[in-house]
Design a protein. Structure first.
Length: 231
């Protein structure tokens, strides 16, 4: 059983195969139930992996502070970004610098693949990530526009869950995210990266309605910040 918990914006806690991942750890974003790393740490004793999809502040978030706080946690990101965050945190020995395209072995029967993302990044290339464990594949798209090779992500990894930005302006909006669902064909789609700020206002119910209409069989799960699902 994998557990996926949304903390608002693009931040997720993903527990799979006995490991805990924190993806795009802006855990103090305006929607988040947490206002500090300390309050987060009261709920989570250990983090195994911190994954940062790209070098923008709303995704790097508290990665540095978290790496300092969680002494066992390793940072997984595109090469330049992982090295930069690890260096700032004084944790170069816990950096997993990687790149887009192939399996990153993180432990026995747990791994990840960095995927392309159509976006920008202040350090390294922007990415998404597929987390692979328990025979399941969980895709977090990062910040991205829709792109045709999402079909390849479906063909190669068959994600059971797709976490997709729907807020527009910096990423896919609702229309494009529905197209992404069509290409990815997950069992469950979770909207993210919306309503954090006015500029990325979007209606997740409209996303759900359009997916129901155009890609029947996909379950859109609209999470409240702090809420989780098991898959
Ligand atoms: Zn971004």
């Amino acid at each position: 059983m994998a557990l996926i918990r949304w903390l608002g914006h693009a931040a997720f806690v993903v527990e799979v195969g006995g490991y805990r991942f924190l993806v795009d750890p802006w855990i103090t974003n305006p929607l988040s139930p947490y206002r500090s790393v300390e309050s987060f740490a009261r709920d989570y004793q250990e983090i195994d992996f911190i994954v940062v999809t790209h070098g923008h502040g709303d995704h790097v978030g508290e990665a540095e502070e978290l790496l300092k706080r969680y002494k066992r946690a390793r940072i997984v990101a595109v090469y330049e970004l992982a090295e930069e965050i690890a260096r700032k945190a004084g944790a170069v020995d816990r950096s997993v610098p990687a790149n887009i395209g192939g399996y990153i072995r993180l432990g026995p029967e747990i791994g990840a693949v960095l995927t392309p993302a159509l976006h920008s990044s202040s350090t390294g290339s922007p990415t998404g990530v597929v987390i692979l464990g328990e025979g399941k594949s969980l895709y977090h798209a990062g910040d991205t526009g829709v792109f045709g090779d999402m079909r390849l992500i479906h063909e190669l990894y068959k994600p059971v869950v797709a976490m997709l930005p729907i807020g527009g302006h910096f990423t896919m909006g609702v229309e494009e995210a529905v197209k992404a669902v069509e290409l990815l064909r997950p069992s469950i789609a979770i909207p993210m990266h919306y309503n954090t700020f006015d500029v990325i206002s979007a209606d997740p119910n409209r996303f759900a309605a359009l997916v129901r209409e155009r890609v029947p069989g996909v379950d859109v799960r609209i999470l409240k910040p702090g809420e989780s699902i098991r898959v």
